[in-house]
Write a protein that binds this ligand. Structure first.
Ligand code: MEV
Length: 434
């Protein structure tokens, strides 16, 4: 028997083969039983995974492939937010403590003025890559000359989008120098209205590809949207009065924290991670694509060639702290999980949004609020004090505390300034003994 056959036989013999014929055709429960046998899950783990909570197993099984269960993430509400003069309650789905509290705190400190927001539009970009083009500069012009033909072909792909006022808006052709020659990259720029738009623009790119191959005289490979949605920017700005945030020293500490992130990619990565703590939580709660938004945000942060901060902070003429954020926010209200996931629908209802633009504006404001709180904590008491106070409950649970024990243990951990697992285990024993 050869080595490969031997390995396969022993894997099957020990019931540990990952090659499970027809796995995708089975029901979630059948798959779960197979996985349980593979991994040696106990009855409690199986029962836990089998309980899909408030997501209909039939729907879960349609959203992705090979479903065996669901993963519940808490949804918290950020209070105090006033955006463009309107009070908003913001649902945030996150597993990280302090994230929701950070937004509430930031918004409480500028509630009267709130946040002002804007967007650059709903334009998405699809890229069509042509290679082996003999005369790239002339090919670029040949494609640009077909603008009206391209517009008609794109618009014909999606009559519904067209009827809603969306559709083809612009055309760009870029020449990219690569080790294998100059690539001719066509950008189809499309207004996708209230859809995130990935499916709409990908369909257009695929439809146009044969024509672009013919006009360029080359071969077309990739036909896909760009997540650097820099024609779909959302912006928010806000002013925190120096007197409301603890005085000039706090204000200057925040400005200095921003300047650190602006100057240093190592710090900017953490600074922007904090921003995305807020942004991704709302993106997830509304059933939107967190990875698309994150990729776009980080690519935008590096657009100058050096990765930098997504926010800016300055002292305004009144001596107050003026802050701003700008980033691509490709989110939608229709399509995918946004439309069919009941939690996403309920979260959108809480937000009361009726357009993708408004959703993007709210999300930008949340990112700014999140960042303000993080910088304020970092520039003053440090992040651990507040974070650990909230994290203490998680540690208490990890140590085995249940019910009322959780708060009691967490309180004692904070009082002793020692939010650690080993201490939590000892404290839990004390609490149970008393
Ligand atoms: C932690 O999840 C996020 C922070 O590190 C953000 C920051 O450093 O700005 C606190």
């Amino acid at each position: 028997m050869d080595r490969k056959a031997q390995t396969m036989t022993s894997a099957v013999g020990s019931n540990r083969s990952s090659r499970i014929a027809g796995f995708h055709k089975k029901s979630p429960r059948e798959r779960l039983d197979l996985v349980a046998a593979f991994a040696g899950l106990d009855a409690g783990q199986v029962a836990h995974l089998a309980n899909m909570g408030n997501l209909d197993p039939v729907l879960a099984d349609k959203l992705i492939e090979n479903v065996i269960g669901t993963m519940n993430i808490p949804v918290g509400i950020a209070t105090n937010m006033k955006i463009d003069g309107e009070d908003v309650l913001i649902p945030m789905a996150t597993e990280e403590s302090s994230v929701v509290a950070a937004v509430c705190n930031a918004a409480k400190q500028n509630y009267d003025a709130g946040f002002s927001t804007s967007v650059s539009g709903n334009l998405m970009i699809a890229q069509v890559q042509a290679v082996d083009v003999r005369d790239p500069s002339a090919a670029r012009l040949r494609i640009l000359e077909r603008r009206e033909e391209i517009k008609a072909a794109c618009d014909a792909c999606d009559p519904v989008l067209l009827s809603l006022g969306g559709g083809f808006r612009d055309l760009e052709v870029r020449l990219l120098d690569t080790p294998t020659g100059t690539m001719v990259v066509t950008h189809l720029i499309v207004d996708t209205r209230d859809a995130m738009g990935a499916n709409a623009v990908n369909t257009m790119a695929e439809k146009l590809a044969p024509s672009i191959a013919a006009w360029s005289g080359g071969r077309v490979y990739l036909r896909i949207l760009s997540n650097l949605a820099d024609r779909r920017l959302a912006r928010a700005h806000a002013v925190w009065k120096t007197a409301d945030i603890g005085g000039p020293e706090v204000r200057d500490g925040i400005v200095s924290a921003y300047q650190f992130a602006a100057a240093d990619p190592y710090r900017a990565a953490t600074h922007n991670k904090g921003i995305m703590n807020g942004i991704s939580a709302v993106v997830l709660a509304t059933g939107n694509d967190t990875r698309a938004v994150e990729a776009g945000a980080h690519a935008y942060a590096a657009r100058s060639g050096r990765y930098t901060s997504l926010t800016t902070y300055e002292v305004n003429k009144d001596g107050d702290l003026s802050a701003a954020i700008e980033l691509p926010l490709a989110v939608g209200l229709i399509g995918g999980a946004t439309k069919v996931h009941p939690t996403a629908r309920a979260c959108l209802a809480i937000l009361g949004v009726t357009t993708a633009e408004r959703l993007a504006r709210i999300i930008a404001a949340v990112g700014l609020a999140q960042n303000f709180s993080a910088l304020k904590a970092l520039a003053t008491t440090g992040i651990q004090k507040g974070h650990m106070a909230l994290h203490a409950q998680n540690i208490a649970m990890m140590a085995g505390a249940v019910g009322e024990e959780i708060d009691r243990v967490a309180r004692i951990l904070v009082e002793r300034a020692s939010v650690r697992m080993d201490v939590a285990s000892r404290v839990l024993e004390e609490v149970r003994g008393s």
